[in-house]
Design a protein around this ligand. Structure first.
Ligand code: INI
Length: 163
């Protein structure tokens, strides 16, 4: 394999979300955290050139409900990518593994079934401090913002592969 192919693969590609339509499905549970992820995702999409009018946001009760809403968006034919945002905190629930695991598995099943990239922008943390540290304001670490970049990168990649 050519050396430049390897080198190119190790750095994130240029993102061009111009004309791309993206849906965000955001969990209301722990919304003091998920609102920060949502702001991060909107920042990230904006930075990648996705138009404000091309972004649709819907709220669901919790992380467990993200896959079904994300799948509906993916099946609609109206979006190029979906971003699921949620926050599951281990210390606050006895069914942490169930909610987090089913959310992740459901998102993976939905994106494989539909062929539309669905990003797992769901925090699974030990406590609130960790959740806050992964949902920071502009310039800081924010999994929603990272999720926006992943959505655009995957939509671009799939478009290229299928062309
Ligand atoms: N949903 C979350 O998004 N995060 C959580 O931490 C959480 N806890 O702690 O239980 C949670 N539960 C709700 C779940 O996602 C569903 O909305 C509910 O079970 C109804 O289906």
């Amino acid at each position: 394999m050519a050396r430049d192919v390897v080198a190119a693969g190790r750095q994130a590609p240029e993102l061009d979300g111009t004309g791309m339509r993206v849906a965000i499905v955001c969990g209301r549970f722990n919304d003091h955290v998920t609102i920060r992820l949502l702001q991060g995702a909107q920042r990230g999409l904006d930075a990648a050139g996705v138009g404000t009018d091309d972004v649709t946001v819907e709220w669901v009760p919790g992380a467990f409900e993200i896959p079904i809403a994300a799948k509906a968006f993916a099946e609609s034919g109206k979006v190029d990518a979906v971003i699921g945002l949620g926050c599951v905190i281990r210390g606050e629930t006895t069914h942490y593994e169930t909610v987090a695991g089913e959310c992740a598995a459901g998102i993976q099943r939905a994106q494989l079934a539909t062929g539309v990239p669905i990003v797992f922008g769901v925090l699974t943390t030990e406590d609130l401090d960790q959740a806050m540290a992964r949902s920071e304001d502009a310039g800081g670490h924010n999994v929603g913002e990272e999720g926006a970049a992943t959505a655009v990168e995957m939509a671009q990649l799939l478009r290229r592969i299928r062309a």
